[in-house]
Design a protein around this ligand. Structure first.
Ligand code: ATP
Ligand code: MG
Length: 405
């Protein structure tokens, strides 16, 4: 079928009262961003639907992109016809023929915004129902729960037909919940946490700590590539890399083994909080899951959170590892996450880590390092880049490929 527009139904935002306009504008802006390389499209945001006029663009390609835009409940490709019932009948038969198999159940559902049209909704339903049954006698009418609903909308500018409803990504439009910083490692959990935060409307920026030469360029590239994987949900994402080597060396030299991890995390959190304030973010997100590893006990959280009053939100807190892995596979970050590049937290991870660190001791051991000076130096060394969907950072070089042959 040569579709002429995609009709988009809003998700949860329809329940949000007076914020509705903001939500619709943001959703429309996000959809435009996701479809920026289709200049022929026209966007018409209305109170209850967004209409995207295709002007010849490939409907399938457009719908693939729309499927990643949060805040969309469902969408339907549709055809605009002149207000000529013969033409409507002919097109309805074509549409149903494409999906036809004997016994297929259907109904016709008409809405009229133009009440002066020559036929009312019941007449149109009956007329098209008869037409379809005559053309395709093995169709079966079913009013409750049909397999196919042929939707007809009579508007002033034409009659719109559609027969498919495709599920959207759900959630809230990215940006409607305010800005947050995601502490992104190269692991499985934090990209999933980022995806879930964006799904609830958060305008997210990535903060990644790396420790050259203990961590390779590849580990950094992996974090960027993971960002590119979740970038389609936002249009593009800011990636902020923070040099962490000096801090890790200082901690390693001065702090007792059992408290290395806790002090390290406190430094990461302080720096992330500084970056958040500079960029006017409201909260910090991470990929912690309660009890998953030693640094993710509640005692640890108490000892680490102590450095800030900023809300620290943990979208995967109560998910089991298997549940997190399932989402990672769905959003296609899993294969990247399990690639074995050393992480800046694992390189100095001591064998005897405190799983229940004591807050007073943590504070005490921290006085052994120059907290403020180290933070200033790290902040001075940050680098920011914008990462777009589909970009690649982890390219295997030729020498490496040869060595594998
Ligand atoms: P992940 O799979 O997200 O790496 P994890 O189970 O490996 O999580 P940890 O390594 O203890 O757990 O990290 C806990 C959280 O701390 C991560 O989810 C992430 O939010 C943050 N974090 C860890 N390492 C880094 C890093 N190098 N840069 C930024 N944030 C980090
Ligand atoms: Mg990790």
């Amino acid at each position: 079928m040569e579709y002429t527009e995609i009709m988009v139904r809003y998700g949860e935002l329809s329940t949000k009262g007076k914020n509705r306009r903001t939500f619709i504008d943001r959703l429309c802006g996000n959809a435009k961003k996701a479809l920026h390389d289709f200049p022929e499209l026209n966007f018409h945001p209305k109170r209850d639907r967004l209409h995207i006029v295709l002007n010849g663009a490939d409907s399938q390609a457009v719908m693939t992109r729309l499927g990643l835009v949060f805040g969309i409940q469902s969408f339907s490709p549709s055809i605009r016809l002149e207000r000529d019932m013969d033409l409507v009948r002919k097109t309805a038969v074509q549409m149903m023929t494409e999906q036809f198999r004997p016994g297929l159940t259907f109904k016709v559902n008409t809405r009229r915004s133009d009440h002066n049209f020559e036929m009312d909704t019941n007449e149109i339903n009956a007329d098209l129902g008869d037409t379809l049954l005559t053309a395709l006698p093995e169709l079966v009418v079913q009013v409750h729960n049909p397999e196919v609903t042929l939707r007809v909308e009579v508007r002033l500018d034409g009659i719109y037909l559609s027969s498919e409803t495709i599920l959207g990504a759900g959630g809230l439009p990215v940006g409607t919940a305010g800005r947050g910083m995601l502490m992104l490692s190269g692991g499985i959990d934090s990209p999933v946490a980022g995806y879930l935060a964006m799904k609830r409307g958060v305008d997210l920026q990535m903060v990644h700590f790396f420790s050259p030469p203990y961590t390779s360029e590849k580990a950094l590239a992996k974090a960027k590539e993971l960002t590119a994987k979740i970038a389609p949900y936002a249009g593009s994402l800011q990636f902020i890399e923070v040099p962490f080597t000096k801090i890790q060396e200082e901690i390693k030299n001065k702090v007792p083994e059992g408290y290395l991890m806790t002090v390290q995390r406190r430094m990461m959190l302080r720096i992330t909080d500084r970056i958040r304030a500079m960029r006017r973010g409201l909260a910090i997100f991470n990929g912690e899951s309660l009890g998953q590893v030693a640094s993710q006990t509640m005692e640890s959280m108490v000892a680490i959170n102590d450095v800030t009053t900023t809300p620290i939100l943990r979208p995967v807190l109560s998910l089991d590892k298997n549940e997190i892995i399932k989402i990672a596979k769905d959003i296609d970050t899993f294969d990247l996450s399990v690639m074995p590049f050393e992480d800046c937290c694992t390189i100095f991870a001591p064998p005897a880590l405190k799983t229940r660190p004591n807050l007073d001791r943590t504070r005490h051991y921290e006085t052994l390092i120059d907290v403020d000076g180290l933070i200033e130096a790290a902040i001075a060394g940050i680098q920011v880049s914008e990462i777009k969907p589909g970009e690649h950072y982890l390219v295997q070089d030729q020498a490496e490929i040869n060595s594998l042959l």
